[in-house]
Unconditional design. Sequence first.
Length: 89
Amino acid sequence: MVFDDKHPLFGTYRLARRIAIGVVGGTVLALGVVMMITPGPGVAGILAGLGILAIEFAWARSWLRKAKAKAQAMASSLSNKSDPPPPAA
């Protein structure tokens, strides 16, 4: 059930939603950071945590955009390095 802005509990709903997203996203993000030093998909956990937090928080959207841009730059540089050099004529 989603409250509209005229419902008397709308403010409470928004606050509870913001807290729930913060707790879940923060936990996933923290687990991702822990998995960076322990076995596990740390980068994926960090990106998932930022993705969850980005639902509600602008700072997380900004960090997620920066992380995606860095990941794309790294992927393109890796794909350029893996291409064999052109044959000498």
